[in-house]
Design a protein around this ligand. Sequence first.
Ligand SMILES: [Zn+2]
Length: 67
Amino acid sequence: MSLSRLLSSLLDGSESDTESPSTPDGRSETPESTVLFECRDCGTNVSADTVRCPACNGDDIVRYSID
Ligand SMILES: [Zn+2]
């Protein structure tokens, strides 16, 4: 139930600052492959050093490697 409430709040756009964290110099560290970090619970994209989702406070962060 709490997850659906969080999703609706995200879709509402009221928390736009937590949905896309600004990391200006984070991209320069990716040499060849692109690595994405995403919250498994709510699907929010997070930065590489994020251990806890800023949107739902979950610590289940998954990593995707795109060659
Ligand atoms: Zn989350």
